[in-house]
Design a protein around this ligand. Structure first.
Ligand code: HEC
Ligand code: HEC
Ligand code: HEC
Ligand code: HEC
Length: 151
Protein backbone atom coordinates (compact mmCIF):
# COMPACT_ATOMS: atom_id res chain seq x y z
CA UNK A 1 0.00 0.00 0.00
CA UNK A 2 1.21 3.48 -0.81
CA UNK A 3 2.00 5.75 2.10
CA UNK A 4 0.79 9.34 2.22
CA UNK A 5 3.56 11.78 1.24
CA UNK A 6 3.84 15.13 3.06
CA UNK A 7 1.50 16.72 0.53
CA UNK A 8 -1.04 13.96 1.12
CA UNK A 9 -0.90 14.58 4.86
CA UNK A 10 -1.36 18.32 4.38
CA UNK A 11 -4.32 17.67 2.07
CA UNK A 12 -5.81 15.32 4.67
CA UNK A 13 -5.38 17.89 7.44
CA UNK A 14 -7.08 20.52 5.32
CA UNK A 15 -10.01 18.21 4.61
CA UNK A 16 -10.34 17.38 8.33
CA UNK A 17 -10.24 21.05 9.26
CA UNK A 18 -12.80 21.80 6.59
CA UNK A 19 -15.10 19.12 7.95
CA UNK A 20 -14.67 20.45 11.48
CA UNK A 21 -15.45 23.99 10.39
CA UNK A 22 -18.07 23.24 7.80
CA UNK A 23 -19.49 19.91 8.91
CA UNK A 24 -22.25 21.10 11.20
CA UNK A 25 -25.44 22.44 9.69
CA UNK A 26 -25.12 25.57 11.84
CA UNK A 27 -21.56 26.18 10.71
CA UNK A 28 -22.63 25.64 7.12
CA UNK A 29 -25.45 28.18 7.43
CA UNK A 30 -23.06 30.67 9.00
CA UNK A 31 -20.41 30.33 6.32
CA UNK A 32 -22.76 30.82 3.36
CA UNK A 33 -24.19 33.98 4.93
CA UNK A 34 -23.56 37.24 3.03
CA UNK A 35 -22.49 38.98 6.24
CA UNK A 36 -19.83 36.34 6.78
CA UNK A 37 -18.41 37.07 3.34
CA UNK A 38 -18.61 40.82 3.97
CA UNK A 39 -16.38 40.47 7.04
CA UNK A 40 -13.47 39.96 4.64
CA UNK A 41 -14.86 41.49 1.45
CA UNK A 42 -16.26 44.89 2.39
CA UNK A 43 -15.68 46.44 -1.05
CA UNK A 44 -17.44 43.61 -2.80
CA UNK A 45 -20.34 43.86 -0.35
CA UNK A 46 -20.73 47.56 -1.17
CA UNK A 47 -20.50 47.12 -4.95
CA UNK A 48 -22.93 44.16 -4.71
CA UNK A 49 -25.41 46.26 -2.68
CA UNK A 50 -25.58 48.66 -5.64
CA UNK A 51 -25.79 45.97 -8.32
CA UNK A 52 -28.68 44.36 -10.20
CA UNK A 53 -27.97 41.23 -8.19
CA UNK A 54 -28.35 42.52 -4.68
CA UNK A 55 -31.09 39.94 -4.03
CA UNK A 56 -28.76 37.12 -5.16
CA UNK A 57 -26.52 35.65 -2.45
CA UNK A 58 -22.75 35.94 -2.86
CA UNK A 59 -22.35 32.19 -2.82
CA UNK A 60 -24.78 31.69 -5.74
CA UNK A 61 -22.25 33.27 -8.10
CA UNK A 62 -19.09 32.22 -6.30
CA UNK A 63 -19.66 28.58 -5.46
CA UNK A 64 -17.39 26.04 -7.05
CA UNK A 65 -19.19 23.13 -5.40
CA UNK A 66 -19.85 22.36 -1.74
CA UNK A 67 -16.66 20.41 -0.92
CA UNK A 68 -14.40 22.82 -2.79
CA UNK A 69 -16.05 25.81 -1.07
CA UNK A 70 -15.44 24.34 2.39
CA UNK A 71 -11.79 23.52 1.73
CA UNK A 72 -11.16 26.82 -0.01
CA UNK A 73 -13.04 28.69 2.73
CA UNK A 74 -10.89 27.10 5.42
CA UNK A 75 -7.78 28.01 3.44
CA UNK A 76 -9.00 31.62 3.14
CA UNK A 77 -9.58 31.93 6.88
CA UNK A 78 -6.06 30.55 7.40
CA UNK A 79 -4.51 33.01 4.90
CA UNK A 80 -6.35 35.89 6.58
CA UNK A 81 -5.68 35.08 10.23
CA UNK A 82 -2.00 34.38 9.55
CA UNK A 83 -1.72 37.71 7.72
CA UNK A 84 -0.59 36.18 4.41
CA UNK A 85 -3.42 37.84 2.49
CA UNK A 86 -5.39 40.96 3.34
CA UNK A 87 -8.57 40.33 1.34
CA UNK A 88 -9.57 44.00 1.57
CA UNK A 89 -6.43 45.26 -0.16
CA UNK A 90 -4.48 42.51 -1.86
CA UNK A 91 -5.22 41.49 -5.44
CA UNK A 92 -7.29 38.30 -5.33
CA UNK A 93 -7.32 35.46 -7.81
CA UNK A 94 -10.26 35.26 -10.22
CA UNK A 95 -12.13 32.30 -11.66
CA UNK A 96 -14.36 33.87 -14.32
CA UNK A 97 -15.16 30.55 -16.06
CA UNK A 98 -16.59 29.04 -12.89
CA UNK A 99 -18.47 32.24 -12.11
CA UNK A 100 -19.91 32.24 -15.61
CA UNK A 101 -21.12 28.66 -15.20
CA UNK A 102 -23.09 29.83 -12.19
CA UNK A 103 -24.67 32.61 -14.29
CA UNK A 104 -25.77 29.94 -16.74
CA UNK A 105 -27.42 27.91 -13.96
CA UNK A 106 -29.83 30.78 -13.30
CA UNK A 107 -30.25 32.47 -16.68
CA UNK A 108 -29.83 29.84 -19.40
CA UNK A 109 -32.23 27.18 -18.13
CA UNK A 110 -34.61 24.81 -19.92
CA UNK A 111 -37.59 26.72 -18.54
CA UNK A 112 -36.26 29.99 -19.98
CA UNK A 113 -35.43 28.26 -23.28
CA UNK A 114 -39.08 27.27 -23.55
CA UNK A 115 -40.36 30.75 -22.72
CA UNK A 116 -37.77 32.79 -24.62
CA UNK A 117 -36.26 30.60 -27.34
CA UNK A 118 -34.82 33.58 -29.24
CA UNK A 119 -33.09 34.93 -26.17
CA UNK A 120 -31.37 31.56 -25.74
CA UNK A 121 -30.56 31.26 -29.45
CA UNK A 122 -28.97 34.73 -29.44
CA UNK A 123 -27.00 33.88 -26.32
CA UNK A 124 -25.73 30.62 -27.75
CA UNK A 125 -24.35 32.69 -30.60
CA UNK A 126 -22.90 35.33 -28.23
CA UNK A 127 -21.10 32.63 -26.30
CA UNK A 128 -19.37 31.40 -29.43
CA UNK A 129 -17.53 34.72 -29.46
CA UNK A 130 -17.06 35.51 -25.79
CA UNK A 131 -15.11 33.69 -23.10
CA UNK A 132 -17.62 34.44 -20.33
CA UNK A 133 -20.91 36.25 -19.69
CA UNK A 134 -18.92 39.09 -18.10
CA UNK A 135 -17.48 40.05 -21.48
CA UNK A 136 -20.81 41.84 -22.06
CA UNK A 137 -22.59 42.10 -18.71
CA UNK A 138 -21.73 43.85 -15.50
CA UNK A 139 -21.18 41.17 -12.93
CA UNK A 140 -22.73 41.12 -9.47
CA UNK A 141 -20.69 44.22 -8.61
CA UNK A 142 -21.35 47.80 -9.63
CA UNK A 143 -18.26 48.57 -11.70
CA UNK A 144 -17.43 52.11 -10.55
CA UNK A 145 -17.55 51.12 -6.90
CA UNK A 146 -15.59 47.92 -7.38
CA UNK A 147 -12.86 49.87 -9.22
CA UNK A 148 -12.30 52.06 -6.16
CA UNK A 149 -10.77 49.06 -4.43
CA UNK A 150 -7.59 49.34 -6.49
CA UNK A 151 -6.67 52.87 -7.53
C1 HEC B 1 -11.75 35.14 6.80
C2 HEC B 1 -11.83 35.99 5.63
C3 HEC B 1 -12.69 35.57 4.45
C4 HEC B 1 -14.05 35.28 4.45
C5 HEC B 1 -14.99 35.22 5.65
C6 HEC B 1 -14.41 35.08 3.06
N1 HEC B 1 -13.32 35.24 2.26
FE1 HEC B 1 -13.29 35.22 0.23
N2 HEC B 1 -11.25 35.45 0.25
C7 HEC B 1 -10.47 35.58 1.37
C8 HEC B 1 -9.07 35.49 0.99
C9 HEC B 1 -7.87 35.56 1.93
C10 HEC B 1 -9.03 35.33 -0.41
C11 HEC B 1 -7.80 35.13 -1.31
C12 HEC B 1 -7.59 33.64 -1.49
C13 HEC B 1 -6.34 33.33 -2.27
O1 HEC B 1 -5.42 34.14 -2.30
O2 HEC B 1 -6.33 32.25 -2.87
C14 HEC B 1 -10.43 35.33 -0.85
C15 HEC B 1 -10.84 35.21 -2.17
C16 HEC B 1 -12.16 35.29 -2.60
C17 HEC B 1 -12.59 35.35 -3.98
C18 HEC B 1 -11.69 35.43 -5.21
C19 HEC B 1 -11.08 34.09 -5.48
C20 HEC B 1 -12.05 32.95 -5.48
O3 HEC B 1 -11.85 32.03 -4.65
O4 HEC B 1 -13.02 32.97 -6.22
C21 HEC B 1 -13.97 35.33 -3.97
C22 HEC B 1 -14.89 35.39 -5.18
C23 HEC B 1 -14.39 35.27 -2.58
N3 HEC B 1 -13.28 35.24 -1.78
C24 HEC B 1 -15.71 35.21 -2.18
C25 HEC B 1 -16.12 34.97 -0.87
C26 HEC B 1 -17.48 34.63 -0.49
C27 HEC B 1 -18.65 34.48 -1.45
C28 HEC B 1 -17.47 34.49 0.87
C29 HEC B 1 -18.65 34.08 1.77
C30 HEC B 1 -19.27 32.80 1.45
C31 HEC B 1 -16.10 34.74 1.34
N4 HEC B 1 -15.31 35.00 0.25
C32 HEC B 1 -15.70 34.73 2.66
C33 HEC B 1 -10.93 35.76 2.66
C34 HEC B 1 -12.23 35.54 3.07
C1 HEC C 1 -24.37 37.90 -9.90
C2 HEC C 1 -23.14 37.28 -9.52
C3 HEC C 1 -22.35 37.80 -8.33
C4 HEC C 1 -22.79 38.01 -7.06
C5 HEC C 1 -24.19 37.86 -6.49
C6 HEC C 1 -21.62 38.38 -6.29
N1 HEC C 1 -20.52 38.39 -7.10
FE1 HEC C 1 -18.59 38.65 -6.53
N2 HEC C 1 -17.96 38.61 -8.46
C7 HEC C 1 -18.77 38.31 -9.53
C8 HEC C 1 -17.98 38.37 -10.75
C9 HEC C 1 -18.49 38.09 -12.15
C10 HEC C 1 -16.66 38.74 -10.37
C11 HEC C 1 -15.46 38.99 -11.31
C12 HEC C 1 -14.38 37.98 -11.13
C13 HEC C 1 -14.79 36.53 -11.21
O1 HEC C 1 -15.52 36.14 -12.13
O2 HEC C 1 -14.38 35.75 -10.34
C14 HEC C 1 -16.68 38.83 -8.91
C15 HEC C 1 -15.58 39.10 -8.13
C16 HEC C 1 -15.55 38.99 -6.74
C17 HEC C 1 -14.36 39.00 -5.91
C18 HEC C 1 -12.93 39.14 -6.40
C19 HEC C 1 -12.64 40.63 -6.44
C20 HEC C 1 -11.29 40.98 -7.00
O3 HEC C 1 -10.63 41.82 -6.38
O4 HEC C 1 -10.91 40.46 -8.04
C21 HEC C 1 -14.76 38.88 -4.61
C22 HEC C 1 -13.88 38.86 -3.38
C23 HEC C 1 -16.21 38.79 -4.62
N3 HEC C 1 -16.65 38.86 -5.93
C24 HEC C 1 -16.98 38.68 -3.48
C25 HEC C 1 -18.38 38.75 -3.48
C26 HEC C 1 -19.19 38.92 -2.28
C27 HEC C 1 -18.62 39.01 -0.88
C28 HEC C 1 -20.50 38.95 -2.68
C29 HEC C 1 -21.74 39.16 -1.84
C30 HEC C 1 -21.74 40.33 -0.94
C31 HEC C 1 -20.50 38.78 -4.14
N4 HEC C 1 -19.20 38.69 -4.57
C32 HEC C 1 -21.64 38.69 -4.94
C33 HEC C 1 -20.11 37.98 -9.49
C34 HEC C 1 -20.92 38.05 -8.36
C1 HEC D 1 -29.09 32.73 -8.19
C2 HEC D 1 -29.48 33.11 -9.54
C3 HEC D 1 -28.63 34.12 -10.30
C4 HEC D 1 -27.31 34.03 -10.62
C5 HEC D 1 -26.28 32.99 -10.16
C6 HEC D 1 -27.03 35.13 -11.52
N1 HEC D 1 -28.16 35.87 -11.71
FE1 HEC D 1 -28.38 37.39 -13.03
N2 HEC D 1 -30.21 37.81 -12.24
C7 HEC D 1 -30.85 37.06 -11.28
C8 HEC D 1 -32.02 37.80 -10.80
C9 HEC D 1 -32.99 37.31 -9.73
C10 HEC D 1 -32.05 39.02 -11.53
C11 HEC D 1 -33.03 40.18 -11.37
C12 HEC D 1 -34.38 39.85 -11.86
C13 HEC D 1 -34.39 39.70 -13.34
O1 HEC D 1 -34.27 40.71 -14.05
O2 HEC D 1 -34.51 38.55 -13.82
C14 HEC D 1 -30.92 38.97 -12.46
C15 HEC D 1 -30.66 39.92 -13.43
C16 HEC D 1 -29.67 39.80 -14.40
C17 HEC D 1 -29.54 40.61 -15.60
C18 HEC D 1 -30.48 41.71 -16.01
C19 HEC D 1 -30.10 42.92 -15.24
C20 HEC D 1 -30.52 44.14 -15.93
O3 HEC D 1 -29.67 44.72 -16.61
O4 HEC D 1 -31.69 44.47 -15.77
C21 HEC D 1 -28.41 40.19 -16.25
C22 HEC D 1 -27.85 40.75 -17.55
C23 HEC D 1 -27.82 39.13 -15.47
N3 HEC D 1 -28.62 38.89 -14.37
C24 HEC D 1 -26.65 38.47 -15.77
C25 HEC D 1 -25.99 37.62 -14.88
C26 HEC D 1 -24.59 37.23 -14.96
C27 HEC D 1 -23.62 37.68 -16.03
C28 HEC D 1 -24.35 36.38 -13.91
C29 HEC D 1 -23.06 35.72 -13.50
C30 HEC D 1 -21.95 36.63 -13.17
C31 HEC D 1 -25.61 36.22 -13.19
N4 HEC D 1 -26.56 37.01 -13.79
C32 HEC D 1 -25.79 35.38 -12.10
C33 HEC D 1 -30.45 35.81 -10.84
C34 HEC D 1 -29.16 35.30 -10.97
C1 HEC E 1 -21.62 39.16 -26.80
C2 HEC E 1 -22.26 39.81 -25.67
C3 HEC E 1 -23.06 38.97 -24.69
C4 HEC E 1 -22.64 37.88 -23.99
C5 HEC E 1 -21.30 37.16 -24.05
C6 HEC E 1 -23.73 37.55 -23.09
N1 HEC E 1 -24.77 38.41 -23.26
FE1 HEC E 1 -26.51 38.46 -22.19
N2 HEC E 1 -27.22 39.95 -23.36
C7 HEC E 1 -26.51 40.56 -24.37
C8 HEC E 1 -27.40 41.49 -25.08
C9 HEC E 1 -27.00 42.36 -26.28
C10 HEC E 1 -28.66 41.42 -24.44
C11 HEC E 1 -29.95 42.14 -24.80
C12 HEC E 1 -30.53 41.56 -26.11
C13 HEC E 1 -30.73 40.08 -26.07
O1 HEC E 1 -31.55 39.57 -25.28
O2 HEC E 1 -30.04 39.38 -26.81
C14 HEC E 1 -28.49 40.44 -23.34
C15 HEC E 1 -29.49 40.13 -22.46
C16 HEC E 1 -29.31 39.30 -21.34
C17 HEC E 1 -30.26 39.09 -20.28
C18 HEC E 1 -31.62 39.74 -20.18
C19 HEC E 1 -31.45 41.11 -19.59
C20 HEC E 1 -32.74 41.86 -19.48
O3 HEC E 1 -32.65 43.07 -19.28
O4 HEC E 1 -33.80 41.24 -19.57
C21 HEC E 1 -29.75 38.21 -19.38
C22 HEC E 1 -30.37 37.69 -18.10
C23 HEC E 1 -28.44 37.84 -19.92
N3 HEC E 1 -28.19 38.52 -21.09
C24 HEC E 1 -27.60 36.94 -19.31
C25 HEC E 1 -26.41 36.48 -19.88
C26 HEC E 1 -25.65 35.35 -19.39
C27 HEC E 1 -26.02 34.53 -18.17
C28 HEC E 1 -24.56 35.22 -20.20
C29 HEC E 1 -23.49 34.14 -20.14
C30 HEC E 1 -23.98 32.78 -20.41
C31 HEC E 1 -24.63 36.27 -21.20
N4 HEC E 1 -25.77 36.99 -20.98
C32 HEC E 1 -23.69 36.49 -22.19
C33 HEC E 1 -25.18 40.34 -24.71
C34 HEC E 1 -24.41 39.30 -24.23
Amino acid sequence: MRRFGPLGIIALLIVLLALLLGGGYGAHQLTINNHFCAACHAYEKTSWDQSEHRQVDCIACHTKGFAYDKIQGTRKVWLTVTGQVNPHNDPLPRYPEETSENCVDCHITDAIAEEQPFFIARHNRYMEHAPTCMACHDSGHERQLQRMKRP
